[in-house]
Write a protein that binds this ligand. Structure first.
Ligand code: CS2
Ligand code: MG
Length: 405
């Protein structure tokens, strides 16, 4: 019997923030879910799916995951890019979900089975000042987390990436008609960050795993200097030190520091990272399942990285949906060179729409044993939260020049 795709529906919902979801239904009544969310550009992916992929999906053989991936990647001519790859990523996730449900197995079993019992998670701590940041770290530790990303305010700046001015989690996307403008001062950051991170390490002791995200703000020279000044802090990694479109620039950073480097949350194919990996200019590759064209492509990126002892550490912010998180956990459980999974967490409203089977306990994640990806979407609940316009901020330096956010 051929299992064909009979319906492909795109759902845009906003339970506290926007998510784009693809629903595929097969001729024998199976349903597969995929995440297609690109923060701040949600409707572009929704249109790419609805207007361009859905017409070609209906009637296709639902069993042919790899062929469908190749069909949409090679068949588009204008290939790569975040919007197209997220759309392919959603199709790919939904087809793996269907294959798992048809087999009665969780997707990690189809990927070769578990190579570990559970996946180490890291979460975020945020504080405008050192005492606030340490309080936030203490809360995260009390929740069971063993690895925490620490971000703090910078004296002289009113807004800083990763830092919340209100209690609770940090959410960069602002709802409204246009992006918020933030100010950035690299000198102020470089004066403050080393001392701040050293103080955190002294306060928390040697065992807690600490990470820090620079969010694409530095030149290679500045990044080398920062890395060198942080070597005694024992960071698990320093993330996104440069914008990294120019992969070869990371060579300069490597010449100056042995601090572990992580990069890649905005990459979408192996072609964004092949030199970084094959020259071992990074230690961790951060692509998310959705933005890297799905499980099928990220699996290949990770296999390539394994050859060079580069590890995977998938992006897991609040702006990719729980469907992506589940896919990431299935891949993570079955892939030897996955080191850690980001788990920023979600607003409780998100779980009114997305019912998840994955578990977080004692600082570790597990995808669960339900067939497929193990996430269900409540379409009625989703309809209660219509799309709302939202943007990520933009950044300018103190003289008003546009800067990478
Ligand atoms: C961040 C993200 O999780 C991270 O490491 O860099 O929060 C990033 O800012 C957002 O995903 C942007 O949409
Ligand atoms: Mg990041």
């Amino acid at each position: 019997m051929t299992r064909t795709i009979t319906h492909a529906d795109v759902i845009v919902t906003s339970p506290s923030r926007n998510f784009v979801t693809l629903k595929l239904t097969t001729s024998d009544g199976l349903v597969g879910w995929g995440d297609a969310t690109v923060n701040g550009r949600e409707l572009a992916v929704a249109s790419y799916l609805r207007d361009h992929l859905v017409p070609a999906l209906v009637g296709r053989d639902a069993e042919k995951i790899e062929d469908t991936w190749q069909y949409f990647y090679r068949g588009v001519y204008w290939r790569r890019g975040p919007i197209g790859m997220a759309a392919i990523g959603a199709v790919d996730m939904a087809l793996w979900d269907i294959k798992g449900k048809a087999a009665g197995m969780p997707v990690y079993q189809l990927l070769g089975g578990a190579v570990r019992d559970k996946i180490l998670a890291y979460t975020h701590a945020t504080g405008w000042t050192l005492p606030e940041l340490l309080d936030s770290v203490a809360v995260r530790r009390a929740e069971g987390f063993r690895a925490v990303r620490v971000q703090s305010g910078v004296p002289g700046l009113d807004t800083v990436y990763g830092v919340s001015r209100t209690p609770g989690g940090y959410e960069p996307a602002g709802r409204g008609a246009g992006p918020v403008e933030e100010r950035w001062d690299t000198s102020a950051y470089l004066r403050h960050a080393p001392e701040l991170l050293r103080s955190v390490r002294e306060a928390v002791g040697p065992e807690l795993t600490l990470l820090h995200d620079v969010h694409h703000r530095l030149t290679p020279t500045e990044a080398g200097r920062l890395g060198r000044s942080l070597e005694d802090v024992d960071l698990f990694w320093l993330e996104d030190v440069t914008p990294a479109e120019n992969q070869t620039l990371l060579r300069a950073v490597r010449q100056h520091t042995t601090v572990p480097l992580a990069i890649g949350e905005v990459f979408n194919t192996i072609w964004d990272a092949h030199e970084l990996i094959s020259e071992r200019l990074i230690d961790y590759i951060r692509m998310a399942v959705v933005h890297a064209g799905g499980i099928s492509h990220l699996r290949k990126v990770l296999a390539f990285a394994e050859v060079y002892q580069v590890k995977g550490a998938p992006h897991g912010p609040s702006d990719v949906s729980p469907i992506n998180m589940a896919a990431s956990l299935h891949l993570g459980l079955a892939t030897t060179n996955i080191a850690i999974q980001e788990h920023m967490g979600y607003d409780p409203l998100v779980f009114e729409v997305f019912h998840v089977g994955y578990q977080l306990a004692d600082g570790y994640l597990h995808p669960g044993e339900a067939p497929g990806l193990g996430v269900d979407v409540d379409e009625k609940a989703a309809a209660h939260f219509p799309y709302r316009q939202a943007y990520l901020p933009v950044a300018r330096t103190l003289d008003g020049t546009m800067k990478d956010w």
